[in-house]
Design a protein around this ligand. Structure first.
Ligand code: ARG
Length: 566
């Protein structure tokens, strides 16, 4: 149910009837309950254009608003706002209509866009660490959300499998005189550290490492074999993490940096041809307008850079994948990089003008006290360890709650623990830095996944207790039911906003509001108590069922599971 666009249609015809021309009609949520459910704030602008008193115009429009269906009441407020209340009967009809709908009333876009979502993108020379958590979680949610709304999503895992680190690793492999079998690559992190020590202490080694980068780029077979075994081992580690995290990335979604190697010379050619790049200090550089800091696209030794690969990827996503929109879910600290490559790609015609290029930036994950997140020993925590700890802590939080089998407890702990980590990440506005706090994320109170999962389980328990068929209509009878029904119908507007702005926290805030209103409703309007008549009980049971459906669908878009019992 797209409430806002329904309302704008009503306002549009009221404006037409009042002989007023308006371009775009924007409906906003009312900021306070006494201002109704929604507001139309466009009158002031119209009044200015018509050089008339806004309140007068508002009154004129008000008289033309149809209050026989969806809307029950309208009022002029302040300098010329129009406050809108929705009709309880309409809410009743709409809620009952979506009760059996598996999409909980959420429609699909008329014309699907092709959306490339570039996310996760770990570096193969290192084990995945907490820094990759946010990209994987936010990117996956965005992909699931867009897909649910009917868009055609192409996931791209732009893994870092190319570049100077690999020259270093392979040079070190050779120096160690090992054959690079996967057994020796088990502890990649340590291997990387050892190689880095050599790199820093020996100029000769460092030069060799650089030379090897060029050698792999030249297709040297021996080097390539070693390199491939690295990638397989490292990608295997990542896939374990994806599985634990409920993140939908497979090998098919991997389009590594190395994939673009053959296309890099062409990128340079195009930029040269179009006069966008030139040689400066021996390197091929682009100077963007308004900045005299060059963007290097090819080094003097022939090596290419992160930006060059991203230009090739942009070209590929436009020409081969035919994307309408390309979303890069990458650390906010890369904002400058994306601004630059987007600008170059458009200038060079590598991406059509109408293609939307978006850097979906996110802040840094911090530990307590606002310092970068570290283990007790001071290292960067590995993602696998963190997720295992989440499940252990979740188990601890719920172990006394109910008698159940160990197996059941493990399954619930997994849903809660992983859910907590994901939800905590998704629920803050993504651009902000984020403070990792176990106690907060595993709390039954507040804007946490556990609060939502608990509400869901509670509703299931009510339904189990009732243990009979629920029929009849939903009767929206009072203020709290009005608010609950309206919240439940706002699901599609919420998801649409989250998809346009690429803001998962729009969904979590919404779920938090839904559950908070539900708790209030449940407190004021008992469901199973003996003195409740059957029609009322059935109506309330159905509102509860719909609430559970919204929670379940909302969490599933966030990649979080519900549980029947907590
Ligand atoms: N590998 C990069 C990193 O760890 C992220 C890749 C993001 N995607 C891209 N197309 N640049 O920082």
């Amino acid at each position: 149910m797209k409430i806002k666009s329904e309302l704008s249609k009503i306002i549009e015809s009221a404006l037409i009837n009042a002989d007023i021309n308006a371009e775009e009609i924007v409906i906003s949520d009312a900021t306070k309950p006494e201002f109704g459910d929604y507001q139309y704030n466009g009158v002031m602008k119209l009044a200015k254009q018509l050089k008339k008193n806004p309140r007068e115009i508002a009154t004129q429009v008000l008289a033309e608003i149809d209050t026989t269906g969806m809307i029950s009441k309208v009022e002029v407020a302040g300098p010329g706002f129009i406050n809108i209340w929705l009709n309880n009967e309409w809410l009743s009809e709409q809620t009952i209509a979506i009760l059996d709908d598996t999409r909980v009333g959420v429609g699909q876009v008329e014309k699907a866009q092709k959306v490339v979502v570039d996310y996760s993108g770990p570096n193969m020379a290192k084990q995945m660490h907490v820094g990759h958590l946010r990209s994987s979680i936010i990117g996956d949610t965005l992909s699931t959300l867009l897909e649910f709304l009917g868009e055609e999503v192409i996931r791209q895992n732009h893994i870092g499998d190319w570049g100077t680190q690999f020259g270093m690793l392979i040079a070190y492999l050779e120096e160690q005189n090992t054959d690079g079998n996967t057994q020796e690559l088990k502890d990649l992190e340590q291997f990387y550290k050892d190689a880095k020590v050599r790199f820093d202490e020996s100029e000769d080694f460092a030069n060799k490492a650089r030379e090897y980068v060029v050698k792999i780029q030249g297709g040297d077979e021996h080097c390539l074999t070693l390199w491939q075994s690295f990638i397989n081992a490292s990608l295997g580690h990542c896939e374990d993490v994806y599985k634990k995290l409920n993140v939908n990335l497979t090998r098919e979604d991997v389009r590594a940096e190395s994939f673009y190697n053959d296309q890099l010379p062409q990128v340079i050619e195009t930029l040269k041809e179009k006069g966008i790049s030139r040689v400066s200090d021996g390197a091929e550089c682009v100077f963007l307008e308004g900045s005299d800091v060059p963007i290097i696209i090819q080094k003097g030794d022939g090596g290419y850079l992160y930006a060059t690969t991203d230009l090739a990827a942009l070209n590929f996503r436009d020409k081969e994948l035919n994307a309408d929109r390309i979303c890069y879910v990458v650390d906010a600290r890369q904002a400058q990089h994306f601004k630059q490559v987007f600008s170059i790609a458009k200038q060079a015609g590598m991406v059509k003008d109408e293609v939307a290029l978006e850097h979906i930036g996110f802040g840094t994950m911090m530990g307590q006290g606002g310092k970068p997140f570290k283990t007790r020993e001071g290292g960067t925590p590995k993602l696998v360890d963190l997720l295992e700890e989440a499940v252990v802590r979740a188990k601890d939080a719920i172990k006394d709650r109910d008698v159940r089998s160990e197996e059941e407890l493990d399954a619930v702990a997994k849903a809660i623990g992983i859910g907590a980590v994901k939800y905590a990440d998704l629920s803050i506005s993504r651009e902000s830095n984020y403070i990792f706090n176990w106690d907060k994320m595993l709390s039954f109170e507040g804007n946490t996944s556990l609060y939502m999962q608990y509400a869901y389980a509670r509703i299931q328990s009510i339904l189990r207790k009732h243990n009979a068929e629920v029929t009849g209509s939903i009767i929206v009878a009072d203020e709290v039911e009005h608010r609950l029904a309206l919240m439940l119908l706002k699901f599609e507007d919420t998801l649409t906003k989250a998809a346009i702005e690429a803001t998962p926290h729009t969904i979590t805030s919404y779920l938090y509001d839904v559950v908070t209103v539900f708790m209030k409703f449940y407190e004021l309007n008992p469901i199973l108590r003996d003195d409740i008549d059957e029609a009322t009980r059935n109506s309330r049971l159905q509102l509860a069922t719909l609430t559970a459906a919204v929670i379940e669908k909302g969490l599933s878009i966030l990649g979080i599971e519900v549980v029947e019992k907590i």
